[in-house]
Write a protein that binds this ligand. Structure first.
Ligand SMILES: Nc1ncnc2c1ncn2[C@@H]1O[C@H](COP(=O)(O)OP(=O)(O)OP(=O)(O)O)[C@@H](O)[C@H]1O
Ligand SMILES: [Mg+2]
Length: 276
């Protein structure tokens, strides 16, 4: 190998400019073909290295975030869910709420897009260089309880307190016991005014006492979450239901009377059975 190329590759390795090192031959060839000025050459080369590094960081943070799926704001159909204010969501996508350590609470019945929007905002935050962590409320409380039992609570609280954005999904589907509520309260206190949370729930705030089995702790949790927060109330039809309707799996009689996803699933299964 040309000793100069070898030396260049060595320097690029030391500088951790791995993308440039990998593409060095073609970069040099392109520069000489296009007869680039020195400044243009450097501009192009460093620009590509920065892009490659950003992409790699985004991929890494995407993996660390443990999102349940990848859904973006671009694929969210705002016309299907008019109760969601597209302008408000776009404002959230700017990430200003993260800098102010504000929380976002997404409320609504099953299938209306709460998790989709939470994930999409999480991805925006990742693209803005933020660390994000996603967990269902149930698994979060279970992990805290397990850590408490194993004398590792402090460590686990840190895990959930550190990311810029913590997404807590499905608060309210499964009730949390008193001990779990206490642990969740500790986490909320850690993050209060320091880091944002996005919380999704199918329960109105008035019913959070039942989620935590204790109105006093529920009030204390709500008080801290809501102090600096934006609530998005989603009313409307389940998107899952729309997709089932389109697939012709639901008879009109069933679909018109259904508001509840569990009943819907039973109904759908029945329809599918009777059709099959
Ligand atoms: N307005 C929408 N545009 C495009 N896709 C949507 C929309 N609303 C929901 N979806 C899709 O429908 C499915 C259900 O949405 P999602 O998981 O966000 O519901 P959810 O409100 O979190 O419901 P649950 O309370 O049952 O968890 C997902 O695949 C999601 O991508
Ligand atoms: Mg959901």
């Amino acid at each position: 190998m040309n000793p100069q190329i070898e030396r260049l590759e060595g320097h690029l390795g030391r500088l951790k400019m791995y993308h440039t090192r990998e593409t060095l031959a073609s970069v040099l060839e392109r520069a000489s073909k296009k007869e680039l000025s020195f400044a243009d050459f450097l501009d192009e080369l460093l620009g590509e290295e920065v892009t490659a590094k950003n992409d790699k960081n985004v991929r890494m943070r995407m993996n660390l975030a443990r999102l349940p799926y990848v859904k973006t704001l671009e694929t969210f159909d705002f016309s299907f869910q008019p109760s969601v204010d597209a302008r408000q969501v776009r404002e959230l996508a700017s990430g200003r709420y993260l800098d102010a350590a504000e929380n976002v609470v997404l409320l609504g019945p099953p299938g209306v897009g709460k998790t989709h929007l939470a994930v999409a905002l999480g991805i925006k935050a990742i693209q803005q260089g933020k660390r994000v962590l996603f967990a269902s409320a149930t698994s979060l409380v279970a992990l805290l309880a397990k850590a408490h039992q194993e004398n590792r609570l402090e460590e686990k609280l840190k895990t959930f307190a550190q990311p810029h954005l913590l997404i807590v999904d499905e608060l309210g589907y499964i009730p949390v016991d008193r001990h779990g509520a206490n642990l969740f309260f500790q986490l909320v206190c850690r993050r209060y005014e320091k880091g944002s949370m996005i919380v999704t729930s199918n329960q109105r705030f008035g019913d959070w006492g039942e989620i935590f089995g204790d109105p006093i702790i529920a009030t204390a949790i709500l008080d801290r979450i809501l102090h600096h927060s934006i609530t998005v109330n989603i009313r409307g039809e389940s998107y899952r239901l729309k997709e089932k309707k389109r697939a012709g799996l639901l008879s009109k009689a069933i679909s018109s009377g259904v508001g509840n996803e569990d009943r819907l699933q039973t109904a759908t299964a029945k329809t599918a059975n009777s059709e099959g």
